[in-house]
Design a protein. Structure first.
Length: 258
């Protein structure tokens, strides 16, 4: 087994293993976690039957009363009093309370702020590599809000050949604040192609070549630490023949960020 295959196998196992562990941690709640306690510091807070002002008021929490924050839905929070009365309060009202340490409560508008300040992304994508089904694992470092640097490894196994592609890429988005944001990506790397079975009888059964790539993508922030990516790449394979080879790849998948 050559160095290329060893690196490919190690990277795929590491990224997919970490991705599975992170997804599991995000999906499984912590049952040992206690509810956050806040204290009302304005004259009163209206608690409603649902997460919107259109819902009727079911309880009025008085000044200095303690509330337990049970869960969040957009900019509304379900709370409970010490006597068990439950209801919903707005984020604006929550900002007028204090924590158990006496500090004012100040929350962000949601997980998108965490997405905007992320440092790394890891994920997996599936698609077509010049008409052959392919699987890609990726790891990106978010250098700035506009620019990311990363490594993609793709494996495409067809009826006649097996292709392994390793690419270092740089991507740029002009609209990082958009939930759905387009981006451009440029990459360079190597491709290794090996015929399957004994279709090729010559000694040169596997070959490697340099690759350049340019593409367009669309990134959608889904929820929490998840995002969806759709990408198309046009690849130029530098060959020893008179003409270089042009390939096309599209892929769709998801990633987690942290």
């Amino acid at each position: 087994m050559d160095v290329f295959s060893l690196v490919l196998g190690y990277f795929k196992k590491s990224v997919l293993g970490y991705l599975g562990l992170l997804c599991l941690c995000l999906a499984v709640p912590s049952f040992a976690e206690e509810y956050v306690q806040v204290q009302v510091k304005q004259a009163y807070v209206d608690m409603r039957s649902g997460p919107a002002r259109a819902y009727p008021v079911v309880y009025v929490a008085a000044k200095d009363e303690w509330l337990s924050v049970l869960k969040r839905r957009t900019s509304w929070f379900k709370v409970a009093t010490a006597k068990g009365q439950q209801g919903w309060i707005s984020q604006d009202d929550l900002h007028l309370t204090v924590s158990a340490a006496g500090e004012p409560v100040n929350l962000t508008d949601g997980s998108f702020e965490n997405f905007a300040s992320r440092q790394f992304e890891v994920g997996t994508m599936a698609g077509s590599f010049d008409g052959i089904p392919s699987v890609t694992v990726m790891a990106d470092w978010v250098a700035t809000e506009n620019i990311s640097l990363g490594l993609n490894l793709t494996q495409a196994v067809g009826s006649f050949s097996e292709n392994q592609l390793a690419m270092f890429n740089i991507s740029h988005t002009a609209f990082p604040e958009w939930l759905v944001a387009p981006y451009v990506v440029f990459a360079a790397g190597k491709i290794r192609t090996k015929p399957r079975g004994s279709l090729v009888q010559s000694g040169d059964e596997a070959r490697s070549a340099n690759v350049l790539s340019a593409g367009l993508g669309l990134r959608y922030y889904l929820t929490r630490n998840f995002l969806v990516k759709l990408e198309f790449n046009s690849l130029l394979v530098k060959t020893n023949r008179d003409e270089n080879e042009e390939l096309a790849q599209w892929k769709l998948g998801f990633a987690v960020f942290f």
